[in-house]
Structures are given as structure tokens and as C-alpha cells.
Design a protein. Structure first.
Length: 301
């Protein structure tokens, strides 16, 4: 097979592992800098060019689109889809996952466990928003933040109001969520491929940091998840429409609550913690499922 990967940094561990896994199974995988791709929009002839050359002959595309270029990356991915190239994760599903509010609304609609979450536009509704999630402490998140960036723990009413009002005063959209104290600065990442949890790890935040992101100094270890956690991860992936994702959950007193569904999960932490060949599993999933024009959400926006 001939596979394209949309990624800005070919040197990242995850991207190198996917190239290695593809080549080990006899495929070619080209890493394309997303920002160097251009599209030509013409009736019946959707094309993508790279450094001025029209791309042809690809059987599948792996989108590894950074959050800072989501909209441009999705435009490039949609062009591949229009040309009949099979995407590992579809553009519509990635768009859902990158919008924290929309993803929470979808998961809530289908009965998934979530932390109490509130959203409002008017800074004058700050007190109402804080009370809606059970009062302080609260977690305040940028709608489009990633890897723990733009996530603040406010432990007092005055600090919560100050942070919320500052963000809204700068016209930045945020979510306010209840703080799950019993999680103890740890979370669970379940890695889902093709509707199955293939690996799971427990991530623990760095000292004095409530965030458990590995990029922020956290650590990871293999963990055995409960049937309820496994079911939550699988259902979250299905309702988001993602073939491959990392589902981040907290263990609360009332069961697992989903914090985020990551459509471009890193491979380094999960492979090192579990010893599993996640990259190889992804390539095998592509082998089994890639078919020209086979997209679930084609034409649905």
C-alpha cells in the first residue's frame, strides 16, 4: 500500500514509529508537512499538491494534525477524502474531537460519564457558572487547548472569578468543570483502535501539578481497567466517529468520567508503559479497512 501521513514534524517518535511499522509490513509511507500541501478545487477533479507536485496513488492517509493548524489540516484531509483516499480518522470526526464543547455535548447525549461542565459567554454569569459545577475548586479550560496547555485549577471563589473574567474579557472561550479530587492527580488513557481498547495506562502528574500530561513531566504505568472503563472508552470512540483515539478518563466516586477524546494520540508513552506495538496495530487496521471512497461522513459537512 501507499500511505500518506499529514504531519509537520517527521522526527517525532509517533511518526517515526508509524513509518517503521508500515515499512516493516511492506508498505510505503510518505510524511507530508501539512502546511506545504495545497488544494485545487475544481469540479470532478479534487487534487492535493505537495511542493507544487500533484499527489496521486495513495491508498490511505493518516492525519496527525496539530491543534494549532486544525482548520487548515482538516481542509487538506477533506480534499484527500473527496479524491477517494481512505482516512484513518475522518475530517468530521477530528473536527468534533477538537471542539471540547461539541465533544462533551455529543458524549452527554449518549449517556457517557462526564464531569459537571458549564459554558457561558457573558462574564457577568461567572457566579452562575461556578455554582453549576458544584462550586470551587473548579477546572477552567480553553476550548481548543491541548497537552494540558490552557488548563487552570482555581481553588478559591475569588481566583476562579478572576481567571474566568480574564479569559472572557480577552474574548477567549472556556469551559468550567468540577474538580475530581478523588482522582488524586492521575488519569487513565485507554487507546482505542477499531472499536477495541488495545492498551491502557495510568498517568500521574508531576509533583505539585494536578495535570497528568506526560508532556508536562508526568509519568505513566500500565494499568488494568475495569469493564465499565473499557465500555466507556469504546462508546466514546464510536460516538465521536474515530477509528483510532486516546480516551482520557478520571476515576471518580461515581464511576469513570471522560475528560477528552484525543484524535491524534501520542504513541511513545503508551508503547513504553505497556510494551505493545501500537504502531503495528494501527498499520494492520489500515490494511484491513482501507478502501477507496469508503468514508462514513462523506458529504455531511
Amino acid at each position: 500500500m501507499k500511505i500518506a501521513m499529514l504531519a509537520r514534524n517527521a522526527e517525532l517518535y509517533s511518526h517515526q514509529r508509524l513509518v517503521e511499522a508500515a515499512e516493516a509490513r511492506g508498505h510505503s509511507l510518505d510524511v507530508l508537512n501539512t502546511l506545504r500541501c495545497t488544494v485545487q478545487i475544481a469540479s470532478h477533479r479534487p487534487t492535493v499538491s505537495y511542493n507544487g507536485q500533484v499527489l496521486t496513488g495513495y491508498d490511505a492517509v493518516i492525519p496527525r494534525i496539530g491543534s494549532s493548524i486544525t482548520q487548515y489540516g482538516l481542509a487538506i484531509l477533506r480534499q484527500f477524502e473527496m479524491g477517494g483516499v481512505w482516512p484513518l480518522n475522518e475530517s468530521v470526526a477530528i473536527g468534533r474531537s477538537r471542539d471540547k464543547l461539541r465533544s462533551m455535548q455529543i458524549l452527554a447525549k449518549h449517556g457517557l460519564g462526564l464531569p459537571l461542565t458549564a459554558f457561558a459567554h457573558d462574564p457577568r454569569q461567572t457566579d452562575e457558572v461556578i455554582q453549576a459545577v458544584g462550586g470551587v475548586p473548579v477546572v477552567i479550560k480553553l476550548l481548543e487547548g491541548t497537552q494540558g496547555i490552557g488548563v487552570v485549577l482555581a481553588e478559591t471563589l475569588s481566583s476562579a472569578k478572576s481567571v474566568i473574567e480574564a479569559f472572557r474579557g480577552a474574548n477567549v472561550n472556556i469551559l468550567v468543570q468540577e474538580f475530581i479530587k478523588e482522582a488524586g492527580g492521575t488519569d487513565i488513557r485507554a487507546f482505542v483502535i477499531g472499536g477495541k481498547v488495545v492498551a491502557a495506562m495510568k498517568r500521574t502528574g508531576a509533583p505539585d501539578d494536578f495535570r497528568s500530561n506526560l508532556h508536562r513531566g508526568g509519568s505513566a504505568e500500565v494499568v488494568k481497567i475495569t469493564p465499565e472503563e473499557r465500555s466507556s472508552a469504546v462508546r466514546a470512540a464510536r460516538w465521536m466517529g474515530l477509528n483510532v483515539c486516546g480516551v482520557d478518563m478520571l476515576r471518580s466516586n461515581h464511576g469513570p468520567v471522560i475528560m477528552e477524546v484525543n484524535s491524534s494520540p501520542g504513541l511513545e508513552g503508551i508503547e513504553e508503559a505497556t510494551g505493545k506495538d501500537i504502531a503495528g496495530m494501527i498499520i494492520r487496521f489500515i490494511e484491513d479497512n482501507a478502501r477507496a471512497g469508503k468514508t462514513q461522513t462523506r458529504g455531511k459537512g
